[in-house]
Design a protein around this ligand. Structure first.
Ligand code: LLP
Length: 421
C-alpha cells in the first residue's frame, strides 16, 4: 500500500500533485511519501510488538537524513555499511546503541569512528577483520560488541547479484569455521562476543529461505551457548521482497514474515535484530521524469526521457522492472515505446514496450517502487547532477536534497599547474 494516487486524472503524492513539485524543482526528481514510510515501518514493527526486537533500518536502501530521522523517531535503529552511513545515522539522531555495522570491508578509520560513537554491534565478517577490530579497540582501551555474520549456505532464490548467503559468496564466515572464529574472538583483547548474524540476500519473495536461515541460526545460538559463549543477540538481516508492478509474484506479507521469525526464535531468550531496507522504503518512492522526444528508429520507437541510468540504475543492473505511469491521464490510444534516457550507452534503457498514450515533450512519467536503492545508487555519469529528493507530508512538500549546480560538481576538482611538456 502506498500514498500515490490519481486525483482528477493527475498523479499525486499524498495531497500534492506531482506537476506542482516538477514546477518547483524541475525534473527528474525522486519523491517520497512520509505516510507510506511511516505505515511500512509501523506494519513491520507491529509484527514484532511485545518482543525484544531492534529494527535496524538498512541505511543503504535510502540514506537521506530526513528519512533516517523520520524512522529513527519511530524507534528504528540503523544497519550501516560505511563510515559515511555512520555519519548520516548519527546526524539524523539515531542513538549509537541502535546502530549495527555490517559489511565485508570495514576500514580501520571506519572501525575507530564506530567505536568512538559507541555503536551497539559490529557484525564481523571474517577473522582478519576481527584482528583489526581487536587491535583498534585495545589501543583505545575499549571493548567492541561483536557478532559474527555467518554464511549459512542458504540459496535465497533471488537474483544472483543480490544473493549473499551461499557457499562461495564473499559474505560472512563460512559455516565450517564458525566455532574456531568464536573461540578466537573469546581470546582476543578488546572484543566482547554477543551475537550471531546472518543476511541471505535481498528481494526474497518466499518465506522458505528465511525459515531455513533462521532455524540454522537458532540452532547455532544453542550450540554456541552450550560451548560457553554468551550469545544475547540474533541478527537475521533484511531481504523481504516487495511487489514491483502488477504482474509480479506477491511477496510474503510482513505480518507472516514476523510470525515466522517469532515462531522460530520463540523461547530462545534473545534480542532479535532485523535489517529491513527495501520493505520499508521501496514503495514509498517514485522517480519522476519528463518526456523529451519521441524517436522513430524504424524497428523500434523510443520515448527519450530526461532521467537516465545514472539516476536509476536498477533496470540496467538487475533487469529490474519498475512500472511506468503517466502523471496526467489522457484520453488517447496507447502505443508501445521503449523508454530510454539521454546517457550515451545502449544500456540506458529503462523498459521496452511500455504502453504510453500519445506522449508529448514535457509530459511527466513516474517510475513506481523507486524508493529503495534508487537515489542512493545514483552517479553523476555524463556530468548529470544528482537528482533532487523531495519528501511529501500531507499537503506540503520539502526538498530534502537539492539538485547540485554545475559549480557544486566542479568545486571538488582542480586543474593543477603541470609542467609544460
Ligand atoms: N542487511 C545487509 C547486510 C545487507 O547487505 C542488505 C542489503 C540489507 C540488510 C537490506 O536488504 P533489504 O531488506 O533491502 O532487501 N541494489 C540492489 C539491492 C542490494 C541489497 C544489498 N544489501 C537492488 O537494487 O535491488
Amino acid at each position: 500500500m502506498d500514498h500515490f494516487a490519481y486525483v482528477d486524472g493527475t498523479l499525486c503524492a499524498e495531497n500534492v500533485p506531482l506537476p506542482e513539485i516538477a514546477r518547483s524543482v524541475g525534473t527528474p526528481f525522486y519523491v517520497y511519501s512520509t505516510a507510506t514510510l511511516r505505515r511500512h515501518f509501523d506494519v513491520f514493527a507491529e509484527g514484532f510488538a511485545g518482543t525484544d526486537t531492534l529494527i535496524a533500518f538498512a541505511v543503504k536502501s535510502l540514506s537521506n537524513i530526513a528519512v533516517l530521522s523520520l524512522l529513527g523517531k519511530r524507534g528504528a535503529g540503523a544497519d550501516i555499511v560505511s563510515g559515511g552511513e555512520l555519519f548520516r545515522a548519527l546526524k539524523a539522531g539515531i542513538p549509537a546503541e541502535r546502530i549495527v555495522f555490517s559489511g565485508v570491508g570495514k576500514t580501520e578509520r571506519e572501525i575507530a569512528d564506530a567505536l568512538d560513537a559507541g555503536i551497539g554491534q559490529f557484525n564481523v565478517e571474517g577473522e582478519a577483520e576481527l584482528a583489526v577490530l581487536s587491535r583498534v579497540a585495545s589501543e583505545k582501551g575499549m571493548t567492541a560488541p561483536v557478532s559474527f555474520r555467518i554464511n549459512p549456505d542458504v540459496d535465497a532464490g533471488t537474483h544472483d547479484k543480490i544473493s549473499t548467503g551461499r557457499k562461495g559468496d564473499k559474505f560472512g564466515v563460512p559455516r565450517a569455521r564458525t566455532f574456531d572464529a568464536y573461540a578466537l574472538a573469546e581470546k582476543l583483547p578488546g572484543i566482547r562476543v554477543q551475537g550471531v548474524a546472518m543476511h541471505i540476500g535481498s528481494q526474497i519473495t518466499s518465506l522458505a529461505p528465511f525459515e531455513a536461515a533462521a532455524r540454522s541460526a537458532v540452532e547455532l545460538v544453542g550450540t554456541l551457548r552450550g560451548m560457553g559463549h554468551d550469545i544475547r543477540t540474533l541478527d537475521l538481516g533484511g531481504g523481504l521482497g516487495i511487489p514491483y508492478g502488477r504482474a509480479a509474484e506477491p511477496p510474503p506479507l510482513p505480518s507472516d514474515y514476523a510470525k515466522l521469525i517469532r515462531s522460530v526464535t520463540d523461547g530462545t531468550d534473545i534480542r532479535v535484530m532485523l535489517e529491513p531496507g527495501r520493505m520499508i522504503v521501496g514503495n514509498a518512492g517514485l522517480f519522476v521524469v519528463s518526456m523529451l522526444y519521441a524517436k522513430d528508429q524504424e524497428t523500434r520507437t523510443y520515448a527519450i526521457v530526461d532521467g537516465a541510468m545514472n539516476d536509476l540504475i536498477r533496470p540496467m543492473l538487475y533487469g529490474a522492472h519498475h512500472e511506468i505511469m503517466p502523471v496526467t491521464e489522457k484520453d488517447a490510444a496507447a502505443t508501445n515505446y521503449d523508454v530510454a534516457g539521454p546517457v550515451c550507452e545502449s544500456t540506458d534503457l529503462f523498459a521496452r514496450d511500455v504502453a504510453l498514450q500519445d506522449p508529448q515533450p514535457g509530459d511527466l512519467l513516474a517510475f513506481r517502487t523507486a524508493g529503495a536503492y534508487g537515489a542512493v545508487s545514483a552517479s553523476q555519469y555524463n556530468t548529470r547532477p544528482l537528482v533532487p529528493e523531495v519528501l511529501v507530508d500531507g499537503d506540503r512538500f520539502h526538498v530534502i536534497r537539492r539538485r547540485p549546480s554545475y559549480e557544486d560538481i566542479l568545486s571538488l576538482e582542480t586543474i593543477p599547474d603541470l609542467s609544460d611538456h
